[in-house]
Design a protein around this ligand. Structure first.
Ligand SMILES: Nc1ncnc2c1ncn2[C@@H]1O[C@H](COP(=O)(O)OP(=O)(O)OP(=O)(O)O)[C@@H](O)[C@H]1O
Ligand SMILES: [Mg+2]
Length: 579
C-alpha cells in the first residue's frame, strides 16, 4: 500500500468521480452489509409471528423492503463501479503519459540499451496491470471495508441483543483468522507477479524483434526457429501465470473453510445458550455477508501485489535520471554561426571502453568537413556528440565558443540539421514528413528542398504526390527514396550546421553526383560534417578528418592526405579499385 502513496497524486485530477465513488461505495456497504441481516432479524419475523393477524397489504409492504434494499444496493453499486472505473482509466492515462513522456527526454543511450519490446510491454501491459490494481483499490478498497463494517455492526447488534457480549465475541472470533491466508497468498503472489511481468516483457521483445526482421526470417528460413523461440517464451508465460493461479485460487476456498468453521462454532454455542431461531438466522446472514467482503479484500490484496510488481518495472524507467538536460543558467543564443570545436573529448558507451580518445579539432564555421576512416573508428559517435545526444566522459564540445552543455537543448538542436545513418520516416504523408524539418515552411520552400535533394520528381510521379503515405518507418519507399526525403527534410531546416552520416550511401552514382551539385549550393555559409564511404563525395571537402580507433590521426585536403597518410591512401585506393 505504501508503495502506491506517491501515485495518489494521480487522484487529484479525478477528485470529483472518486468522491462520488466513495459516497456510493459506503452506501452500498451499508445496504449490503447491514441491510440484509437486519431484514432477517427485524423486518421478516412479524410476518411469521403474527401470522393470520396481519393485513395482506402490511405483508406486501414488509415484502417490498426486500427489493428496496436490493435496489439501493444495485444503484449505489452501479454508480460506485462506474465512477471508480472512470477514475481508473483516467489514472491509467496519466501513468501512460508520464511513462511515454519520460521516454522522450531520457538520454538516447538509455533507450538504445533496452529492448524496444520490453519498453513497450512496460508502457502497455505493466501500466494496465497497475491501473487494474489502482481501480480495484479505489473500488473495493472503499466498498468492501464498508460492507465488512456494516455487517460486523449488524452481527454485533443482533448477537448482543440475543445473548449478550459472549455470543457476539464468539461470532466475531473467526473473522481475524482470515488474515493469515490473505497475507500468505499475498507474499507468494508478489514474487511470481514480478516473474510474470518480466516474462511478458521478454515475449513482447521477441515479438517486436521478429516483426522488424520479417525479411530476414523469410530469407534465412528462420520461420521454425522463430516459432520455437516464441513457443518457449509463451510456454514460460503460461507457467508463470499458473504459479499465480495456484495461490490466488486457493484464497477463496481457504476463507470459506474458515468461515464454515466459524459458523459451525456459532451454531454449537448458540444451541448451548438457547438463541432463538430468527436471531440465529440473522447471525448466519451477517456472518455470511461479512466473509464476502473479506474474500474480496483478499483478492484485492493479490491484485495490489501484482500492481506493485508492475510498478517496480515502471519505476525502472520513471526513476531513471534524465542526465542530458537544459543547464540551470543557459546561455541565450539565437542562430549560431557554426564554429565547432572538440577540446580533448573522450567518450565511451560503456565505462572503461573509450570509443573516442582525447579528440581535439577545430572546425571553423562554413567548413565542409569530411570524416573518413575504417568501420567502427568512431565517426558516427563523433558527429552525435555535436547535438549532445550523448554526454562526453572528458573534454568539451563547443559551438561558437559555448560548451554544448551551457546551451538549452532546444536552442542547440534547432541549429543542427541531421541525416542519420538509418533515417526514419513517420507513418504519415511525404509532406508531413518533410515539414518535420521546419513546421512553418511554405509549400514552395518544401518543394524547393525536395528539388535540391532530387526527390521532387519521384514524389510528383507518385499517384498522391506529396500526400502519399510512406508506411511505417517509410516502408513503402525504396532506400534511396527514403534517403532523399531525409535529405530534403534536413535541407528544409536551413540550420547553420548540417550533419550527413552516410546520407548518400543508398543513392546511385547519378543521383549522388546530382546531390553533390545541390550540396555545393546548399552548404554555402554552413558548417557541414559529412561521413561518406564514397570518396567522390568527399574529395571536394575543404577539410578531411581521418579517424582510426577513436582518434583523429590526420587532417588535411585530399591532395595532402593522399600524399602523406598511408591509411587514407589505402582507404582511397581500395575504394577506387572497387569502383
Ligand atoms: N549505441 C552503442 N552502444 C555501444 N557501443 C556502440 C554504440 N554505437 C557504436 N558503438 C561502438 O562504438 C564504436 C564506434 O562506432 P561508430 O558508430 O562511431 O563507428 P563509425 O566510424 O561510424 O563506423 P561505420 O563506418 O561502420 O558507420 C564501435 O566500436 C561500436 O561498436
Ligand atoms: Mg557510422
Amino acid at each position: 500500500m505504501r508503495r502506491f502513496l506517491p501515485y495518489l497524486r494521480y487522484l487529484r485530477a479525478v477528485r470529483g468521480p472518486i468522491t462520488k465513488a466513495i459516497v456510493y461505495g459506503v452506501l452500498y456497504g451499508a445496504a449490503s452489509g447491514a441491510g440484509i441481516p437486519l431484514l432477517v432479524k427485524y423486518v421478516f419475523p412479524p410476518v411469521f409471528h403474527l401470522q393470520g393477524s396481519l393485513a395482506l397489504s402490511t405483508v406486501a409492504l414488509i415484502a417490498a423492503c426486500i427489493p428496496i434494499v436490493f435496489l439501493l444496493r444495485a444503484v449505489t453499486g452501479y454508480l460506485n463501479g462506474y465512477y471508480t472505473q472512470y477514475a481508473g482509466v483516467r489514472i491509467l492515462e496519466q501513468i501512460r503519459t508520464e511513462y511515454f513522456s519520460k521516454l522522450q527526454y531520457l538520454p538516447l543511450s538509455f533507450v538504445q540499451s533496452r529492448q524496444t519490446g520490453d519498453l513497450l510491454s512496460r508502457g502497455l501491459a505493466d501500466t494496465q496491470q497497475l491501473q487494474f490494481a489502482l481501480s480495484l483499490l479505489a473500488n473495493d478498497g472503499i466498498k468492501q471495508p464498508a460492507t465488512l463494517v456494516g455487517s460486523l455492526v449488524a452481527l454485533g447488534v443482533v448477537a448482543y441483543k440475543s445473548q449478550g457480549a459472549w455470543l457476539m465475541l464468539v461470532c466475531l472470533a473467526a473473522v481475524p483468522l482470515v488474515i493469515f491466508p490473505v497475507r500468505f497468498v499475498g507474499r507468494k503472489v508478489i514474487r511470481r507477479a514480478a516473474q510474470l511481468q518480466a516474462q511478458l516483457g521478454s515475449v513482447t521483445s521477441q515479438f517486436s524483434e521478429n516483426l522488424s526482421a520479417a525479411r530476414e526470417v523469410r530469407a534465412f528460413g528462420l520461420e521454425q526457429r522463430e516459432l520455437g523461440r516464441f513457443a518457449t517464451g509463451t510456454r514460460a508465460l503460461v507457467a508463470a501465470q499458473m504459479k499465480i493461479a495456484k495461490y490466488a485460487q486457493a484464497l477463496t476456498p481457504a476463507i470459506e473453510m474458515i468461515s464454515a468453521i466459524g459458523i459451525a462454532g456459532t451454531l454449537i454455542y448458540a444451541y448451548g445458550s438457547g438463541v432463538d431461531e430468527t436471531s440465529f438466522l440473522a447471525i448466519i446472514a451477517a456472518l455470511y455477508t461479512s466473509y464476502e467482503p473479506v474474500k474480496k479484500i483478499g483478492t484485492l490484496n493479490n491484485e495490489l501485489k501484482r500492481g506493485q510488481a508492475a510498478l517496480d518495472r515502471l519505476e525502472v524507467v520513471l526513476h531513471e535520471p534524465v542526465t542530458i538536460t537544459d543547464p540551470a543558467a543557459p546561455v541565450p543564443v539565437g542562430r549560431l554561426r557554426g564554429d565547432i570545436a572538440f577540446d580533448g573529448v573522450t567518450f565511451a558507451y560503456k565505462i572503461g571502453e573509450p570509443v573516442l580518445r582525447e579528440v581535439t579539432i577545430a572546425i571553423p564555421a562554413g567548413t565542409v568537413c569530411a570524416l573518413v576512416g575504417p568501420s567502427g573508428a568512431g565517426k558516427s559517435t563523433f558527429v552525435n556528440l555535436v547535438p549532445r545526444f550523448y554526454e562526453t566522459v572528458g573534454g568539451h564540445v563547443r559551438i561558437d565558443g559555448h560548451d554544448v552543455r551551457d546551451l538549452r537543448l532546444a536552442d542547440l538542436r534547432r541549429n543542427i540539421a541531421l541525416v542519420s545513418q538509418e533515417p526514419v520516416l513517420f507513418n504519415d504523408t511525404i509532406l508531413a514528413n518533410l515539414l518535420l524539418g521546419r513546421a512553418d515552411a511554405t509549400r514552395p520552400e518544401v518543394e524547393q528542398a525536395a528539388r535540391d535533394a532530387f526527390a521532387h520528381d519521384f514524389i510528383t510521379a507518385l499517384p498522391n504526390g506529396y500526400d502519399t503515405m510512406v508506411g511505417e518507418r517509410g516502408a513503402s519507399l525504396s532506400g534511396g527514396q527514403r534517403q532523399r526525403l531525409a535529405l530534403a527534410r534536413a535541407f528544409l531546416r536551413n540550420a547553420p550546421i548540417l550533419i550527413l552520416d552516410e546520407a548518400t550511401s543508398a543513392l546511385d552514382s547519378d543521383s549522388e553526383a546530382a546531390i553533390q551539385a545541390a550540396l555545393k549550393k546548399l552548404v554555402v555559409g554552413k558548417t557541414v560534417l559529412i561521413i561518406a564511404h564514397r570518396f567522390s563525395t568527399i574529395r571536394d571537402a575543404t577539410k578531411i578528418l581521418v579517424f582510426d580507433r577513436g582518434e583523429i590521426v590526420a587532417t588535411g585536403s585530399h591532395g595532402d592526405l593522399y600524399a602523406a597518410n598511408s591509411l587514407y591512401r589505402s582507404l582511397y585506393d581500395r575504394q577506387q579499385g572497387a569502383g
